[in-house]
Design a protein around this ligand. Structure first.
Ligand SMILES: Cc1ncc(COP(=O)(O)O)c(C=O)c1O
Length: 340
């Protein structure tokens, strides 16, 4: 392309992001014109954190020990007199009853992960949505650990906004993500972001004279700069299309089968399961720990030397078998764990 830059036509500048929006829309059950393209999950949270009309004394509720993406973007609001509460939870994730007792008339935003990165526990997103809707609270749900491994239909989840990193379960390149914000809320955003490609039509680009800001409040207005991000957004589109062509439910069945195999083979005399045991409550993340948690770091390092790459978050081991993993992978992991 660098040798043939004339291939980067206006049409491609529009088509590459639009095709990605179509794929995301199909993935999460929203209208393509309401999808906002970002470079991370954090991007979407910043749009709301910086753009919502929050007043001094208003409250934002997040969960203590949630992934930092859900917490950090709000903390800068403290300077404006907005309270950010990091709610403790009894279990690994907040349950609706805990949220219900924590909200106050000043609560304006609740921001939580659908699947908790550090434990694999799943938020009851529908119940949280109901609590928030009754009180006019904006509920922002982070789909980074769920989209791509379980069917997502945003209208059923009921969140007012969702955000997602696309370089995890969606297998996209690093530096990709997207969000969706309910149009009525999106239209209240006051955020000084005016990127020429997003806010000017082709006709306006041809005209001479002073520029003025558009009153356009469509989602495209909030797309990340460099929206026709060919090297990132084209492969992400292909990846989401590929996952959709397999079927997210089929992917989930495959991942569940691998999980079942791992859990039934895991020697409980040596290992504790941290993520949910019951099939109905599980996410695609399996978190487990040696009975002596001090051993986890050593186990992690030894697995890596054998070409097996779990995650080690907060001292706990985590595996995330996905569409590209096989029963052979799980067998090998169980064999290695058995020998440790
Ligand atoms: C729940 C969750 N959100 C977000 C991210 C990534 O955040 P970002 O896309 O903002 O870099 C991760 C993990 O990397 C995550 O587990």
């Amino acid at each position: 392309v660098k040798r043939r830059p004339y291939l980067l036509t206006h049409k491609r500048f529009r088509d590459v992001p639009n095709r990605l929006k179509d794929a995301v829309a199909e993935l999460i059950g929203v209208a393509a014109e309401d999808v906002i393209l970002g470079n991370s999950a954090t991007y979407g949270i910043h749009l709301l954190a910086n753009g919502l009309p929050l007043e001094p004394g208003d409250e934002v509720l997040v969960m203590r020990n949630d992934f930092p993406t859900d917490i950090l973007p709000w903390l800068g609001l403290k300077k404006r007199g907005i309270t950010v509460k990091q709610l403790p939870s009894k279990g690994p994730v907040i349950i609706p009853a805990e949220l219900e007792t924590a909200v106050t008339p000043r609560t304006k935003v609740v921001c939580l992960s659908h699947v908790h990165t550090f434990s694999g526990h799943v938020l009851d997103a529908e119940a949280v949505s109901r609590i928030c809707r009754k009180r006019g609270i904006c509920f922002l749900l982070n789909l980074s650990q769920s989209a791509g491994n379980r069917a997502i239909h945003v209208p059923d989840l009921g969140a007012d906004a969702v955000t997602c990193a696309a370089f995890k379960w969606l297998c996209g390149p690093y530096g990709t993500g997207f969000c969706w914000i309910k149009p009525e809320i999106r239209e209240t955003l006051e955020y000084n972001q005016n990127y020429w490609i997003n806010v000017m039509s082709e006709d306006e680009l041809k005209n001479a004279g002073d520029l003025d800001l558009t009153a356009d409040k469509s989602a495209r207005r909030w797309d990340v700069f460099g929206t026709a991000n060919f090297f990132n957004f084209y492969p992400l589109t292909v990846s989401i299309r590929y996952l959709l062509s397999i079927g997210i439910d089929r992917i989930r069945e495959h991942n569940d089968r691998l999980q079942e195999m791992f859990l039934s083979g895991l020697d409980r005399k040596t290992w504790d399961l941290i993520s949910p045991e019951a099939a109905g409550g599980r996410s695609a993340l399996i978190c487990f720990s040696h009975k002596n948690p001090a051993e986890n770091e050593r186990v992690f390092r030894e697995l890596v030397t054998r070409g097996i790459y779990p995650a080690l978050w907060k001292g706990i081991l985590r595996i995330s078998p996905h569409v590209f993993n096989t029963e052979g992978d799980i067998r090998r992991l169980l064999d290695e764990l058995g020998a440790m």
